[in-house]
Design a protein around this ligand. Structure first.
Ligand SMILES: [Zn+2]
Length: 310
């Protein structure tokens, strides 16, 4: 080899070496970034998905009746906890007792901060379909697609989609709402226990009850806080849901908002009480629509976000 050949040889070998190193480094970097991408949890969906909420109604009804003490009642609590934790919420159980019955309210939060907003629904269903037109069904349990499952479904989809920098929100799932006029029971046992025993003072409480009716008409509920009610109905109107959120009063309800109102905490009940299948065996998922759930969920999503960021 002459000097020129040595230089050429060195140039070629070092060139090849650099190429090998470069290829190796590049493949490593590519692999590394692919790994990073996959190791991130799926990004939170940005918009309230009515179809997913509707699937959650079906899932709950498939568990069977969720009346206190039933198998379905235990099942739904485990399932709600799993769904909430999957969406990044911490879950606590507020255990109590009313009229000799154990009460389990589920509380979901994203931080230890006290809530400025509470969004809530009852997860239990009524023991008896005593409003059914056929008296033979009066001893059957209510499937609760609308009366129970719809509110829970909206809360769970909000858990998945609300940005994590809103002002502190608690999602509360009340037990034992729906057994008034049954011996040994009463209405709203879970929310009464909560208001008495959990020391919170939120600016706003919103109750969701029977919000999934395919033929949805949400009139003002007459006991609700008028300012809060106006804010939410205005939000709905701006989003194009003015036909569904109707700005005239209709029913006065005793519901999970009542104990909060009695304590001077502004609360609203979002409820469509004109539901022909209320407390019948026909309260099934075919009476509920994804679009109704979406309109309610989307309204609350915007209302919460617009209340301020942390
Ligand atoms: Zn009911």
């Amino acid at each position: 080899m002459n000097k020129r050949a040595v230089v050429l040889y060195l140039a070629i070998t070092s060139g090849l070496l650099l190429l090998t190193i470069g290829w190796y480094a590049a493949s490593f970097l590519t692999f590394g970034s692919a790994l990073d991408f996959e190791s991130e949890s799926a990004p939170a969906p940005e918009f309230f998905d009515g179809t997913r909420a509707y699937a959650d109604v079906q899932t709950q009804v498939d568990m069977g009746a969720r009346a206190p003490g039933s198998q379905g009642h235990a099942k739904i609590r485990a399932w709600m906890r799993a769904e909430l934790e999957k969406a990044g919420w911490m879950v606590e159980v507020h255990e109590s007792e009313r009229l000799g019955h154990p009460i389990s309210n589920l509380i979901a939060k994203r931080s230890d901060a006290l809530p400025q907003i509470i969004l809530a629904a009852h997860y239990d269903t009524r023991f008896f379909a005593d409003n059914d037109p056929d008296p033979a069904n009066h001893t059957q349990p209510v499937p609760g697609a609308n009366d129970g499952a719809s509110g829970v479904a909206v809360l769970l989809e909000l858990a998945r989609t609300l940005p994590d920098d809103t002002i502190p929100v608690w999602l509360v799932f009340f037990d034992a709402e729906d057994n008034g006029r049954i011996a040994g029971w009463d209405w709203i046992l879970g929310s009464r226990a909560f208001v008495n025993e959990v020391p919170v003072n939120p600016q706003a409480v919103v109750i969701l009850d029977m919000v999934g009716d395919a033929d949805l008409n949400l009139h003002y509920e007459l006991n609700s806080d008028p300012t809060l009610r106006g804010e939410i109905w205005d939000t709905a109107e701006r989003l194009g849901y003015g036909d569904v959120f109707i700005k005239t009063g209709k029913h006065s309800m005793l519901d999970d908002h009542t104990p909060f109102l009695e304590k001077g905490i502004p609360a609203v009940d979002i409820i469509d009480f004109d539901y022909p299948y209320w407390h019948t065996v026909e309260d099934t998922p075919d009476k509920v629509s994804a679009e109704s759930l979406r309109m309610v969920g989307d309204t609350l999503w915007h209302w919460v976000v617009e209340r301020g960021r942390n």
